[in-house]
Design a protein around this ligand. Structure first.
Ligand SMILES: [Zn+2]
Length: 188
């Protein structure tokens, strides 16, 4: 191997090493800041849904430090030129305000109000569990806007996906459902 080839090899190895070294915080920042989050808007003091530009935060972390900027907010486009002061809340505790974590935490250890089976941990690929509203209607948690969830979780009760399907069918097609208890009473 010539001296030139050796120098080129060392430079390439160093460059790859440096790239990997910088890529780690970049990837970490991407996973840390992706996803919808609930914050308290510093202007209207209401719960709002925001999403950080995770790709941009990752590039920032790759180059030096993650730069946080919103790419979505439930108050946009009307308030699109706000100062994005809510980013401070995300910087302080990025995991705690993540919608997915808030939902997981609420279902954790809870049992379905219909079948009393414990609702397992939330998975992205699984059917979403639901809630029973005060109006006795079951709804998947995903059908609500994220900013409605604190209110939903304060007033509703947990329902597993199977019972949600059964109850929805019962509600939408009452003529096709035989209620055994009622039938028994009618027979008597
Ligand atoms: Zn159930």
């Amino acid at each position: 191997m010539t001296v030139t080839a050796l120098v080129v090899l060392i430079v390439v190895v160093l460059a790859v090493g440096l790239f990997v070294f910088r890529a780690i915080p970049g990837v970490r920042a991407y996973f840390q800041f992706r996803g919808k989050r609930l914050i308290t808007c510093p202007e209207n003091h209401q719960t709002e849904t925001v999403e950080v530009a995770a790709g941009e935060a990752a590039v920032g972390a790759f180059l030096s430090e993650p730069t946080l900027r919103l790419k979505e907010c439930s108050r946009w486009p009307i308030k699109q030129d706000c100062g994005q002061e809510c980013l401070q809340q995300i910087e302080i505790d990025p995991a705690n305000c993540l919608v997915w974590n808030i939902v997981s935490k609420w279902y954790e250890g809870k049992s379905c109000v219909f079948c009393h089976k414990q609702i397992g941990p939330l998975h992205h690929m699984d059917h979403a569990p639901a809630v029973l509203t005060p109006e006795n209607k079951t709804e998947e948690w995903r059908d609500f806007r994220p900013e409605q969830l604190p209110e939903v979780f304060a007033t509703c009760r947990p329902v597993c996906w199977n019972c949600h399907v059964t109850e929805s069918f019962r509600r939408l097609h009452p003529e096709l459902v035989t209620n055994r208890e009622l039938e028994a009473k009618r027979i008597r």
